[in-house]
Design a protein around this ligand. Structure first.
Ligand SMILES: [Fe+2]
Ligand SMILES: [Fe+2]
Length: 471
């Protein structure tokens, strides 16, 4: 059933009305969700009509409808890619078994934990970004922010549907707690570190959508392979929406870089700060900060959890079904730089234990493409500056590299050298103050703040000066 039933209180393509108990439970959760949105979601702008994309089917083409809607009236719904009745598990010890339509008892706790951890990031990011509407550099950007926000809300719906449908009372309790935790709250924080970091300015927002949403992409890719079929189908559709979030990050940073390069070219003898743009080295430091923090989200390099999740068919590799490899990954090894007793040495690690690192490899590769895209912008403007992706060992708080100190390029350092040099690599208070000083709202149609270039084209065929948000 690919079409979405919009006549229902909760739009869905899962035939919700045939399960009255579940429908009632989700309809009871819905007002709590809206209360959360009003309390912890975007401050203000809830009366304004925003040009938003809403999912109307799960078909590859034409899955979305665009139109003006006030955010609290957005049709958050439950959409899963259609079931493939022949689907089998594509990896681990259950390779070739039929995919599970129910939660296997022995994996119940692990699956619940995986789902709750993923789900928690969705409302967390909305909370982190809640103030940004006030300093939007253009109507176009403001609309993109709100698009990301409503879709993260929908991703929460997607995960809550799974919790309610398959995890009974525990699932319902988890769904309530997802609305209770708050990003950055000392007593009741969100589960993962990065999702408690404040995102106060738009340079951070673009880094977040570039790097942190991209971690989300890879987590979703691995869950899209899960033997638990409803989770896999849910994540497959979430990935369709997620692509836009990373577009916002990559092109957003690209437009900041473009603006700075234009001014550097026009006024080669001046400090771009005097001209209200963001120096390229500050942009690099923000990249370093958000990228290293997002690297942590993949977890430890050698992990027995990762091994168990893979072995038991819960979490696969990204694009597992397309990889030309032994999908059991049983007696194989992965070569890794292991940090032990203060030095690095290449070691062979059982592949299943290295699955977090395998996922991170794909992430790093994706990020390198983003950095190349930014470097092309510099080159096109004849600016002699190259952005670099920090090494995965740099500035880590989780995993074995968190036990040492590493330069931006991954070279081991002693603590004193790190203390001396880290200020060159990470945003200083002064950097942050400067960036924040530029954050002034610009919401006149067709206008844009001075620190960022306009996009080459608008949304869904509309021009840049379109009324993306109605005031
Ligand atoms: Fe999401
Ligand atoms: Fe996202």
């Amino acid at each position: 059933m690919a079409t979405i039933d919009y006549s229902q209180k909760i739009p869905n393509n899962v035939d919700l009305k045939s399960d009255k108990r579940l429908q009632r439970a989700l309809e009871a959760w819905q007002p709590n969700y809206l209360d959360w949105w009003r309390e912890a979601g975007p401050t203000d702008f809830n009366e304004n009509e925003v040009f938003l994309r809403t999912a109307i089917s799960v078909d590859k083409d034409g899955w979305a409808h665009f139109g003006h809607v006030a955010m609290p009236d957005y049709r958050w719904g439950i959409f899963l890619t259609p079931q493939d009745k022949q689907r089998t598990i594509g990896f681990g010890d259950c390779l070739g078994d039929d995919a599970w339509q129910q939660v296997p008892g022995e994996h119940r706790n692990a699956l619940r934990r995986i789902i709750v951890t993923q789900a928690d990031t969705e409302p967390a990011s909305v909370e982190q970004q809640r103030l940004l509407g006030h300093t939007a550099p253009s109507l176009y950007d403001m609309r993109n922010l709100f698009q990301v926000n409503v879709e993260e809300g929908r991703h929460l719906w997607a995960m809550v549907y799974i919790l309610h449908s398959y995890f009974g009372r525990d699932g319902r309790e988890e769904a309530e707690e997802l609305l209770d935790r708050r990003s950055g709250n000392a007593d009741h924080p969100r589960i993962l570190g990065t999702f408690n970091e404040p995102c106060r300015d738009w340079l951070s927002f673009f880094c977040f959508t570039m790097f942190t949403d991209r971690d989300g992409k890879f987590q979703l890719l691995s869950l899209a392979e899960s033997g638990f079929d409803p989770l896999a189908r849910s994540c497959r559709f979430m990935l369709t929406e997620e692509a836009h979030h990373m577009f916002v990050g990559q092109t957003g940073l690209g437009r900041v870089i473009q603006r700075t390069c234009e001014l550097m070219k026009e006024y080669p003898d001046r400090d771009v700060r005097e001209l209200g743009a963001i120096p390229l080295d500050i942009i690099q430091r923000y990249i370093n900060y958000w990228n290293s923090s997002s690297n942590d989200l993949f977890g430890g390099e050698i992990s027995s959890n990762a091994s168990n999740f893979f072995a038991s068919g819960l979490k696969g590799r990204a694009y597992e079904d397309k990889l030309d490899v032994d999908h059991a990954a049983k007696n194989e090894f992965y070569t890794m730089d292991v940090w032990e007793n203060g030095s690095l040495s290449q070691q062979e690690v059982p592949l299943r234990n290295a699955m977090n690192e395998v996922l991170r490899d794909g992430y790093v590769e994706d990020n390198i493409k983003g950095v190349e895209y930014w470097n092309k912008i510099c080159a096109k403007n004849d600016i002699d500056f190259r952005f670099e992706l920090p090494h995965r060992r740099f500035n880590r708080k989780i995993g074995m590299y968190s036990e040492g100190f590493f330069a931006h390029d991954g070279t081991p350092l002693d603590e004193a050298t790190w203390n001396q040099k880290s200020a060159d690599w990470l945003p200083s208070d002064e950097d942050r103050k400067y960036v924040e000083s530029l954050m002034v709202r610009c919401t006149e149609r067709g206008k844009i703040a001075g620190w960022i270039a306009p996009p080459p084209k608008g949304i869904n065929g509309q021009p840049f000066d379109y009324e993306y948000v109605r005031f």
